[in-house]
Every structure is written in structure tokens, then in C-alpha cells.
Design a protein around this ligand. Sequence first.
Ligand code: CUA
Length: 155
Amino acid sequence: MKMHLDEKIWLTLSFGMIMIFMFITGYQAFAFDLEPPSNKEIIDPQKVDQTAPFDKPGITKIGENEYEVVMTLQVFSFNPANIEVPAGSTVHFTLTSKDVVHGFEVAETNLNTMVVPGHIQKITQKFDKPGTYLVLCNEYCGAGHQLMSTTITVK
Ligand code: CUA
């Protein structure tokens, strides 16, 4: 039986559409890869303690009103804990997890990120207003999750 021309056109079009949809969905799954978008650097989560800069977690003054905080997250703590910076400081956080997925949320700021083992998360925040800011883990990470908190004091 002979196919009508318009039937052939429709068949071709619908096949083309399927290919396009497959390409788009496949591409998106690949592009997002279920990881937070800023995670470009990777690290062996088993060797965090031996891997720079996480072999020396802490706070370093790197400029006028500018600090770098290298921090590890682990069940159920932040290291270093209870950091202090002068008011008006810009703080560059470099974070990683030593075990499971944790959250890093600083109350009263826009700081809120996932910290995924195997990845290095970098995030910057300026602290203008003096006060004590509560830092919380907002990803469920186990029995002590509710206890996982610390503070950032701005004076
Ligand atoms: Cu760490 Cu919840």
C-alpha cells in the first residue's frame, strides 16, 4: 500500500519530536547531574584530614576586612566552631563533609548550602551587623542532626 505524502511527513515529524525530547531530557539529566551547581572541585572524603586546605581547618585573615574560613562538617559538628569576625568582614567559606551530606545555613543571612562528601563548596558572605549568628545543619544527617549547630560572632 502506498503512503500518502502527508502521512510520511507526520511520521517523520513525530519521530523527530521524540528524538528532540530524548535529547533535551538526556541533556538536562547530564547538565544538572543531581549535584549543587557550584561544586566544581572534588576531594576524597576519606582523606579530608590529609588534604589541603582541610588538613588545617580554621580562620585566616587574608585582607582588609576579609577572612577565609576552611571548615569541615562531620556528624555532628562544624570544625572550627564558634568563629568570630569583626563587623564589616567579608568571609570566604571553603567547606567539605567528612562523612554524609550536611547543610550549612546561617540564620539571618542568605547563606544556605548543601555540603556533599567528595565535593568542595565555596561560598562568600559579608557580615555587617554585629551579633551572634546561629549556624545550622539543615540536611538530615543522623541521630544527632538536631544538635549539629555552632555560631558565628560578629563584633
Ligand atoms: Cu549535619 Cu544534619
